[in-house]
Design a binder for this molecule. Sequence first.
Ligand SMILES: [Ca+2]
Length: 138
Amino acid sequence: MTHKKKKFAAMLVSALTLAAASVAGLSIPDEAQAATNCNATQACYWDGYNFTGTGPKVMTKCIRSFAYYSFDNKASSAYNNGVQDNLSVYTGSYASGTKGTIYRGNGGNLSGAFNNTISSAYFASYDKSAYWSSSTCI
Ligand SMILES: [Ca+2]
Protein backbone atom coordinates (compact mmCIF):
# COMPACT_ATOMS: atom_id res chain seq x y z
CA MET A 1 0.00 0.00 0.00
CA THR A 2 1.39 3.40 -0.93
CA HIS A 3 1.60 6.17 1.58
CA LYS A 4 -1.25 7.97 -0.18
CA LYS A 5 -3.56 4.95 0.01
CA LYS A 6 -2.81 4.49 3.71
CA LYS A 7 -3.83 8.05 4.34
CA PHE A 8 -7.07 7.53 2.43
CA ALA A 9 -7.79 4.36 4.42
CA ALA A 10 -7.25 6.26 7.65
CA MET A 11 -9.63 8.98 6.51
CA LEU A 12 -12.24 6.37 5.56
CA VAL A 13 -12.08 4.82 9.02
CA SER A 14 -12.46 8.26 10.48
CA ALA A 15 -15.53 8.94 8.33
CA LEU A 16 -17.12 5.62 9.31
CA THR A 17 -16.53 6.36 12.97
CA LEU A 18 -18.19 9.73 12.52
CA ALA A 19 -21.11 8.13 10.68
CA ALA A 20 -21.56 5.59 13.47
CA ALA A 21 -21.52 8.36 16.03
CA SER A 22 -24.18 10.22 14.07
CA VAL A 23 -26.41 7.16 13.94
CA ALA A 24 -25.98 6.57 17.64
CA GLY A 25 -26.87 10.24 18.19
CA LEU A 26 -30.25 9.71 16.56
CA SER A 27 -31.56 7.92 19.60
CA ILE A 28 -30.84 10.90 21.82
CA PRO A 29 -33.60 13.18 20.47
CA ASP A 30 -36.15 10.41 21.10
CA GLU A 31 -35.23 10.22 24.77
CA ALA A 32 -34.99 13.99 25.02
CA GLN A 33 -38.48 14.25 23.59
CA ALA A 34 -39.85 11.99 26.29
CA ALA A 35 -37.99 14.01 28.91
CA THR A 36 -39.29 17.27 27.42
CA ASN A 37 -42.84 16.07 27.85
CA CYS A 38 -42.03 15.07 31.41
CA ASN A 39 -40.29 17.91 33.22
CA ALA A 40 -37.57 17.48 35.80
CA THR A 41 -38.95 16.57 39.25
CA GLN A 42 -42.00 14.92 37.67
CA ALA A 43 -43.18 11.42 37.05
CA CYS A 44 -45.46 11.15 34.03
CA TYR A 45 -47.99 8.65 32.73
CA TRP A 46 -49.61 8.06 29.36
CA ASP A 47 -52.46 5.75 28.45
CA GLY A 48 -50.70 4.61 25.27
CA TYR A 49 -47.39 2.88 24.67
CA ASN A 50 -44.22 4.88 23.92
CA PHE A 51 -45.42 8.02 25.73
CA THR A 52 -48.44 8.48 23.45
CA GLY A 53 -52.17 8.82 23.80
CA THR A 54 -53.71 10.75 26.66
CA GLY A 55 -51.02 12.29 28.81
CA PRO A 56 -48.77 13.04 30.30
CA LYS A 57 -50.57 12.88 33.57
CA VAL A 58 -48.08 14.60 35.84
CA MET A 59 -47.09 13.63 39.37
CA THR A 60 -44.82 15.72 41.60
CA LYS A 61 -45.01 13.75 44.88
CA CYS A 62 -47.55 10.96 44.88
CA ILE A 63 -50.94 9.92 43.59
CA ARG A 64 -53.03 8.05 46.14
CA SER A 65 -55.58 7.05 43.56
CA PHE A 66 -55.42 7.47 39.82
CA ALA A 67 -59.20 7.57 39.92
CA TYR A 68 -58.80 11.22 41.00
CA TYR A 69 -57.25 11.79 37.58
CA SER A 70 -59.85 9.70 35.77
CA PHE A 71 -56.82 7.60 34.92
CA ASP A 72 -57.30 4.45 36.99
CA ASN A 73 -56.01 1.28 35.31
CA LYS A 74 -55.07 3.16 32.15
CA ALA A 75 -51.32 3.88 32.15
CA SER A 76 -49.40 1.96 29.50
CA SER A 77 -46.17 3.94 29.59
CA ALA A 78 -44.47 5.98 32.29
CA TYR A 79 -41.36 8.05 32.83
CA ASN A 80 -39.59 8.88 36.09
CA ASN A 81 -37.90 12.26 35.68
CA GLY A 82 -37.54 12.75 39.41
CA VAL A 83 -34.51 14.47 40.84
CA GLN A 84 -33.44 11.74 43.22
CA ASP A 85 -36.23 9.28 43.90
CA ASN A 86 -37.11 5.98 42.41
CA LEU A 87 -40.80 5.64 41.68
CA SER A 88 -43.07 3.06 43.26
CA VAL A 89 -46.19 2.10 41.33
CA TYR A 90 -48.99 -0.06 42.68
CA THR A 91 -51.84 -1.94 41.09
CA GLY A 92 -54.10 -0.91 43.96
CA SER A 93 -54.98 2.52 45.34
CA TYR A 94 -53.26 3.80 48.50
CA ALA A 95 -50.13 1.72 47.91
CA SER A 96 -51.92 -1.61 47.81
CA GLY A 97 -51.70 -4.53 45.42
CA THR A 98 -48.58 -5.41 43.46
CA LYS A 99 -45.66 -3.00 43.72
CA GLY A 100 -43.30 -2.14 40.89
CA THR A 101 -40.30 0.21 40.74
CA ILE A 102 -39.31 2.61 37.96
CA TYR A 103 -35.79 3.85 38.57
CA ARG A 104 -34.99 7.54 38.43
CA GLY A 105 -34.27 8.70 34.91
CA ASN A 106 -35.96 5.68 33.39
CA GLY A 107 -39.24 4.94 31.77
CA GLY A 108 -40.91 3.04 29.02
CA ASN A 109 -43.79 0.78 28.29
CA LEU A 110 -45.54 -0.93 31.15
CA SER A 111 -45.97 -4.61 30.58
CA GLY A 112 -47.30 -7.69 32.29
CA ALA A 113 -48.85 -7.01 35.67
CA PHE A 114 -48.52 -3.23 35.31
CA ASN A 115 -50.09 -2.46 31.95
CA ASN A 116 -53.50 -0.85 32.47
CA THR A 117 -53.42 -1.71 36.16
CA ILE A 118 -51.66 1.14 37.99
CA SER A 119 -53.89 2.73 40.61
CA SER A 120 -51.42 4.61 42.81
CA ALA A 121 -47.81 5.84 42.65
CA TYR A 122 -45.31 7.39 45.04
CA PHE A 123 -41.85 8.82 44.75
CA ALA A 124 -39.67 6.89 47.22
CA SER A 125 -39.61 9.84 49.67
CA TYR A 126 -43.39 9.53 49.93
CA ASP A 127 -43.67 5.76 49.70
CA LYS A 128 -44.23 5.44 53.43
CA SER A 129 -47.37 4.63 55.38
CA ALA A 130 -47.45 8.20 56.70
CA TYR A 131 -48.32 9.37 53.20
CA TRP A 132 -50.57 6.57 52.01
CA SER A 133 -53.68 8.38 53.14
CA SER A 134 -52.21 11.86 53.45
CA SER A 135 -53.52 14.92 51.66
CA THR A 136 -49.90 15.66 50.81
CA CYS A 137 -50.61 13.38 47.87
CA ILE A 138 -53.16 13.92 45.16
CA1 LIG B 1 -53.47 1.99 28.53
